[in-house]
Design a protein around this ligand. Structure first.
Ligand SMILES: Cc1ncc(COP(=O)(O)O)c(C=O)c1O
Length: 439
């Protein structure tokens, strides 16, 4: 490929930033948890590039699978069969235990969520039924996905009520909106509140409740009691429960899918996937629907589609990704390293008053919430602003060769599941030294 003659910042529109601020280095390759930069530097990636590169960068098995498929068949639409698509669906149904269910393939997380809502409305025979999601959630940045999201960045761009979406208060136990004093009570109150919202829309009907079962970019990690309580409420009130596993799936939270932590009792009716589905080696999303929903939809027309639904190249990457998670025992590895990372973060919390809360840790995902006063839990800066000291910490870390992700007062740790134990320990020790400056 010919090298570009103009700098990228002059020709490309970049997401989630002011265009005039964008000035990122160019990545030319990668291996394991490392990104290789054009100027010869290597940067340790502690966020898996938007929590998606679970398998690290340029995993050889993924690269080989993509190359092999490209030589056979790059593309056919969903009007034709494609072996990698069928194999990936079969593997997903096996791994999730949705044995008699089906899989709809999309291109990423936002369109997976939009299609999940379509299927839930169609299968519940409530074509304009309400959908309950929650504040401090993220489900994507297309229009319907923005309505589903409870995200300060996109709040003003769309009217959720006009799209029949209502937002519940979050199970944010560190600052519980229900004023409870324990995580368990906060979880129960938040789930009961979802039940009240379902009742409030009873006349027009609620088709589905869509929630992230664990990890989320808005920094909420629901207490363990939340998901089972939510499942009970949605079952009692006859609303489908959709697990948005786009970020929490594929080992990120110590299970193939985060809801599996709660066993069969926690099984949702639908779940949406992306990111770790191919370890971000190619774009792909999916909606997995239960056997019950498949049977309802089976004789009906599905008025939906994307030209690249179930793209053979992406599906071949998905098959290789699922095989790699299993063969390299990465789900178990994430659970083990996640627990030790969490323990280390808790030790840091003892040392640094700036750390108000540490949550997550079921797998290689954790959130540190920074405060200006630990006793009063006063935020370091008002949400969603980022304090200048956090910006400085990120820049210092980068100068030391480590890339951390942060949102507002939150540092989100989500390294690739293949990260070396010493690499992880070194990154945490750097974070410890940098946090000491914030005290
Ligand atoms: C939980 C969750 N859902 C949906 C999305 C949207 O996925 P995509 O960016 O592939 O549209 C994201 C992306 O960060 C996510 O974290």
């Amino acid at each position: 490929m010919a090298t570009p003659t103009r700098p990228e910042r002059d020709t490309v529109m970049h997401s989630w930033c002011k265009q005039s601020d964008w000035n990122a280095p160019t990545v030319v390759g990668g291996s394991g948890a490392w990104l290789h930069i054009e100027d010869g530097r290597r940067i340790l990636d502690m966020s898996s590039l938007a929590e998606s590169n679970h398998l690290g960068h340029q995993h050889p098995r993924l690269v080989a699978a993509i190359r092999e498929q490209a030589e056979k068949l790059c593309f056919v639409t969903a009007a034709w069969g494609a072996a990698p698509r069928a194999r990936l669906a079969e593997l997903l149904l096996e791994r999730s235990g949705f044995h008699d269910g089906r899989v709809f393939f999309s291109l990423g997380g936002a369109d997976a969520n939009e299609n999940a809502i379509k299927f839930a409305r169609q299968a519940s025979a409530k074509p304009r039924g309400w959908v309950i999601t929650r504040d401090r959630s993220y489900h994507g940045a297309s229009y319907a996905a923005m309505a589903l999201s409870g995200d300060s960045r996109t709040r003003t761009q769309v009217d959720p009520q006009a799209m029949r979406v209502d937002h519940a208060l979050p199970p944010y136990s560190y600052r519980c909106p229900f004023g409870t004093s324990t995580a368990e009570e906060c979880a129960q109150a938040a789930a009961a509140h979802v039940g009240e919202l379902i009742d409030a829309h009873a006349d027009e009907g609620v088709a589905a409740v869509l929630m992230e079962p664990n990890a989320g970019t808005n920094g909420i990690v629901a207490p363990p009691a939340y998901w089972p309580a939510l499942r009970r409420v949605t079952r009692e009130k006859d609303a489908f429960l959709i697990a948005d596993e786009v970020m929490s799936g594929f080992g990120r939270c110590g299970e193939w899918f985060a809801w599996q932590r709660y066993g069969e009792e926690g099984r949702p009716d639908l779940m949406t996937l992306a990111k770790g589905l191919t370890g971000a080696h190619l774009p792909l999303g999916a909606v997995v629907v239960s056997g019950g929903i498949s049977r309802i939809l089976e004789p009906q027309m599905l008025f939906t589609g994307l030209t690249y639904c179930g793209h053979p190249l992406s599906c071949a990457a998905g098959v290789a990704a699922l095989e790699t998670y299993a063969d390299e025992q990465l789900i178990e590895r994430s659970r083990r390293l996640g627990a030790s990372m969490f323990a280390e973060l808790q030790r840091m919390q003892q040392r640094h008053a700036v750390i108000g809360d540490v949550r997550g840790g079921e797998g290689l995902f954790a959130v540190i919430e920074l405060v200006s006063d630990r006793d009063t839990r006063a935020a370091l800066s008002p949400w969603p602003d980022m304090h200048s000291s956090v910006k400085a910490l990120l820049a210092d870390a980068m100068a030391h060769g480590v890339s951390f992700a942060a949102r507002g007062n939150l540092i989100l740790l989500a390294p690739p599941l293949v990260i070396g134990e010493t690499e992880l320990a070194d990154a945490l020790s750097l974070l410890d030294r940098l946090l000491a400056r914030l005290n």
